[in-house]
Write a protein that binds this ligand. Structure first.
Ligand code: ZN
Length: 234
C-alpha cells in the first residue's frame, strides 16, 4: 500500500547563470545521508557528486546538473540547505586585529552571488593567436584527474574550459584536439599571457556574504567578506 507523503513543500529560486526559475523541494533524510557520507569522506570530488545528486533529486525542472556552472551549484546548494536544515549556519571567524576566533551566526539569506566585472570569453595572447573559453562546469571539476588545488589541477580545469584555439587562418576545436594538446598549448604561454587566463578565472562569480561583527576578545569592529561555498560549510 502506498503510504502518505509527509513532505510536499515547494520553493523557487533563480539559477544565477541563466535566470531560469527553478522549483525545488527541501532535501530529506535520504538525501542528507548522501551528503553526510560525502562530507565524512573529505574528498572534494565525492562532495561535488553528492551535491549534484541531491540537487537532481530535489529540483523539479529538467536541468542537466552536469552542465551547471560552479556558482549555480553553490547557489542551489545554499538554497536547498536553507530550506532543508535552516537558514542559520555558525561560522568560526578570526578577528583581523587579535586573531581570536569568534563564533558568528550567519543567515544564509544574506549570501548573494558576487558578479565581478564580466569578462570577454575571447582571450588574445598575441596579435593573431588566442582562445575562447567558458566557465568551468561542475563536471569539469568533479572529473578532475589531478588534485584541484595543485598547479596541475588548475591547468587541467583551465584546459577543460578552453573551447577553441585560433590563429590567423584556423579555428581549432579544443575537444577535437584533446585535453593533452590543449594543456601543452597552455603550458607554452609566458607569464604575461598566462595572467590573462587567470584574470578570466578570477572573474567567475561566487557566493559571498559581508559579515560585520565586534570581536569578543578585543572589541575590534570587523568587516569581513566570506567567499566560496566551502567557507560556509566547514
Ligand atoms: Zn579581536
Amino acid at each position: 500500500m502506498a503510504l502518505p507523503q509527509v513532505n510536499s513543500s515547494k520553493y523557487s529560486t533563480k539559477l544565477p547563470s541563466t535566470n531560469e526559475v527553478i522549483e525545488f523541494r527541501p532535501y530529506l533524510v535520504k538525501e542528507e545521508k548522501i551528503l553526510m557520507i560525502a562530507i565524512e569522506s573529505k574528498d572534494q570530488k565525492q562532495m561535488v557528486r553528492a551535491m549534484q545528486d541531491v540537487i537532481k533529486a530535489c529540483v523539479y525542472n529538467d536541468i542537466d546538473v552536469k552542465k551547471l556552472t560552479t556558482f549555480d551549484l553553490e547557489w542551489m546548494f545554499i538554497q536547498l540547505r536553507a530550506k532543508s536544515v535552516g537558514e542559520r549556519v555558525d561560522l568560526k571567524l578570526k578577528c583581523t586585529a587579535c586573531e581570536s576566533v569568534n563564533n558568528i551566526g550567519v543567515n544564509l539569506e544574506e549570501i548573494y552571488i558576487e558578479n565581478p566585472k564580466e569578462m570577454s570569453n575571447v582571450i588574445n595572447f598575441s596579435d593573431t593567436i588566442g582562445i575562447t573559453v567558458k566557465h568551468p562546469s561542475i563536471d569539469d571539476i568533479a572529473d578532475l584527474e589531478k588534485d584541484a588545488e595543485s598547479m596541475d589541477g588548475i591547468l587541467e580545469i583551465m584546459a577543460k574550459s578552453v573551447e577553441t584555439i585560433f590563429d590567423e587562418e584556423n579555428v581549432y576545436n579544443a575537444k577535437d584536439e584533446g585535453l593533452a594538446e590543449v594543456t601543452k598549448f597552455l603550458e607554452n604561454l609566458n607569464s604575461g599571457q598566462f595572467k590573462k587566463l587567470t584574470d578570466y578565472y578570477s572573474s567567475i562569480p561566487t557566493v559571498k556574504a559581508k559579515l560585520d561583527f565586534k570581536c569578543r576578545s578585543c572589541g575590534e569592529e570587523n568587516e569581513l567578506e566570506v567567499k566560496g561555498l566551502q567557507n560556509f560549510f566547514t
